[in-house]
Design a protein around this ligand. Structure first.
Ligand code: NZQ
Ligand code: ZN
Length: 387
């Protein structure tokens, strides 16, 4: 095992009616609340009204319309402005990963005098941030239980991951019933996202029996429960287990003590959604099998064999190469069976800007230092194979 320091200070409150805890969670943090949300799904499911009535003692300001792949210029700067104008005490994010991510950047920017982009791009380290409480409505990213956010700046085709310990939510409320209304498309994309989060941690140099076992269990649970949720969107047990899997999949607990992988699929996908505003989980589902095929070699094959035999039940008496090939095929078929479009062309991406994106990724994502290093040429080949 590698040396590590591990701390997740976020309190998770899970289950039916866990929203009732909201007044007690908010009270010690202050009275002036910035309520942040997306394009309206929280109103359709009655959650907006419920939150407003539970917090009737608070002074509530609102930032609505946070976009999927949240945008810096509109949503982050809009939220920072509201926080400064109204001297906000606490941000309450109600929604999916995009709302939560945007709110984290707002929390940091609100207590910083300069341009928040400096924080997001690590030019300046945030000294502090406003407290954040989240109510999750879409299981996927794990943003409710990690200290990261991903912010898009359309003007420069940037989609940047920003991690800072100040950004861990104070508390996240998880009621699986709020995810019953998530569409098949977003449920499938969420499953692909969380599965890929685990793959990004599993395919690395140093790992342990503990981390392999945790990763394998979590992926099996995600596959099983995603299938149920796609068929029965209101199955509480499946939505619940899926939700907790997603929360744990991205906060490093599953790879505790592992060596870093460099998160290559995310590095590549972030450019796809920066340039074309596609759904993050769909981009990952398309890239993952092509990336696997590209990195298969003597150094990496042990991971393929372990993954394929444990996750897909591939016969361990077959040759290593055959197991690895079958693993890649199974990965592709799995995402396809969720109903995800498996080619870039199907999500509106053609060959025109592949070279430009490959260059952007090579310059910005540091993938030449990944466990399986990727040069600009490698990245371009993966993108071309994904068309
Ligand atoms: O905007 P509203 O109306 O709320 O609709 C959203 C949105 O259109 C809808 N939705 C959310 N909850 C719903 C619902 N529809 C019906 N019923 C509900 N209960 O779903 C759509 C997508 O929402 P979004 O928040 O964009 O999805 P997701 O949670 O997948 O978040 C994706 C963003 O998170 C980033 C991604 O890059 C992307 O920008 N990521 C964040 C990470 C993190 N913080 O750790 C890690 C991830 O790897 C990822 O990069
Ligand atoms: Zn992701």
């Amino acid at each position: 095992m590698e040396n590590f320091t591990y701390c997740t200070p976020t309190k998770l409150i899970f289950g039916k009616d866990s929203i009732k805890n909201l007044p007690n969670v908010i009270a010690p943090l202050g009275k002036k609340v910035l309520l942040t949300y997306g394009g309206g799904s929280i109103k359709k499911i009655g959650l907006y009204d419920e939150v407003k009535s539970l917090l009737s003692d608070c002074e509530i300001y609102e930032l609505s319309g946070i976009e999927p792949n949240p945008k810096y210029t509109t949503s982050v700067l809009g939220g920072v402005k509201l926080c400064k104008e109204h001297d906000i005490d606490v941000v309450l994010a109600v929604g999916g990963g995009s709302v939560l991510d945007c709110s984290k950047a707002i929390c940091a920017g609100a207590l910083y005098d300069g341009e928040p982009w400096d924080l997001i791009t690590y030019k300046v380290k945030a000294k502090k941030a406003l407290p954040l409480v989240t109510v999750l409505t879409l299981a996927a990213t794990g943003s409710e239980y990690d200290c990261g956010c991903v912010i898009s700046r359309t003007e420069t085709n940037d989609k940047v991951g920003y991690l800072d310990e100040n950004l861990f939510p104070n508390t996240s409320i998880l009621d699986p019933r709020y995810t019953f209304s998530v569409s098949k498309k977003q449920t499938a994309a969420g499953a692909a996202d969380a599965i890929n989060h685990i793959i990004e941690q599993y395919f690395c140099e140093k790992h342990s029996d503990l981390t392999d076992g945790m990763c394998e269990s979590a992926i099996k649970s995600l596959i099983k429960n995603a299938r149920i949720a796609l068929d029965e969107p209101e199955n509480y047990e499946a939505r619940g287990e899926f939700m907790v899997d997603c929360s744990l999949a991205c906060n490093n607990i599953l790879s505790i003590g592992n060596s870093p992988s460099g998160w290559p699929c995310h590095g590549i996908e972030h450019a796809l959604s920066a340039y074309y505003d596609i759904t993050h989980g769909e981009g990952l589902a398309i890239i993952t099998p092509r990336w696997l095929r590209h990195i298969l070699g003597e150094k990496t094959i042990e991971r393929f064999v372990s993954f394929g035999t444990h996750i897909f039940g591939i016969d361990s008496s077959l040759g290593e190469k055959e197991i690895a090939e079958k693993t890649i095929d199974e990965m592709y078929k799995l995402f396809e069976s969720f109903g995800i479009p498996m080619h870039l062309r199907e999500v509106g991406i053609d060959e025109k800007r592949l070279g430009e994106m490959a260059h952007h990724i090579a310059v910005n994502e540091g993938l030449e230092n990944a466990w399986a290093p990727l040069s600009e040429k490698d990245i371009l080949e993966i993108l071309e194979a994904s068309l």
